[in-house]
Design a protein around this ligand. Sequence first.
Ligand SMILES: [Zn+2]
Ligand SMILES: [Zn+2]
Length: 257
Amino acid sequence: MEKFISLNNKKIRIKYLILSFLKKLIQFFFPERCVGCGELLKEDTPLFCNNCFLTLKAINPPFCYKCGYPFPGYVKVSHLCGECIKEKRYFDFARSCFSYEGLIREAIQKFKFNGKVFIGLKFADIMFSRTSYFFEKRDWDLIIPVPVHINKLRKREFNQAQVLASKIAFYLGIPYLRYLLIKKINNPSQFSLKREDRIKNVKGVFGIVDSKKIKEKKLLLIDDVMTTGATVNECAKILKRYGAKRVDVFTIARTLK
Ligand SMILES: [Zn+2]
Ligand SMILES: [Zn+2]
């Protein structure tokens, strides 16, 4: 990770060095295993061994410059995709690291539903290392996680987006606001719904607690998976309505058709 860190803030740099030392100590006593096959991992290999890593589908350009949806190999330049032409997108740029399938899907589900927070923290490392690759402008003022409803939080005990957002914010050295964007309505999960129903399902479910904090601010919105983009678009809509200047979206993975 060191090579991706350009921390000019001395306090953060010291914090980072202490954390790196603690991490090495933990790795010595509890060596990490590949999330895919269980093989012992070499130091600083994030989550997967080389063999498993090769099975992952990383998302690379050319893709839609708005939502980050990758185009097939014969398209040479990035342009706007059909969905972004058809539908109003309130976010500015959305990017995801991987296609949501195979080992990535399994790892995200272990993180989210089996409480394996360490997987999320490693995903945050991977996401942070890709920020400069995906985002030309990284002058964000705040990082915000996509919220989950309090009832879901009671059941799952943590919000996966918060785990990712807090670590990325720490690396970037910018504030992270956990409870600025909230979920007011406990709507059904998006996964079981069709595209048109997803847009309806998220309408009006989010709220802002303190709009002064986002006025004229450039925000990075974090979530684990982007499917049709209906959820992040609804979040971006309300953030923009309350005065956010720019809303970029970043997720670990995204569903590809
Ligand atoms: Zn493996
Ligand atoms: Zn698009």
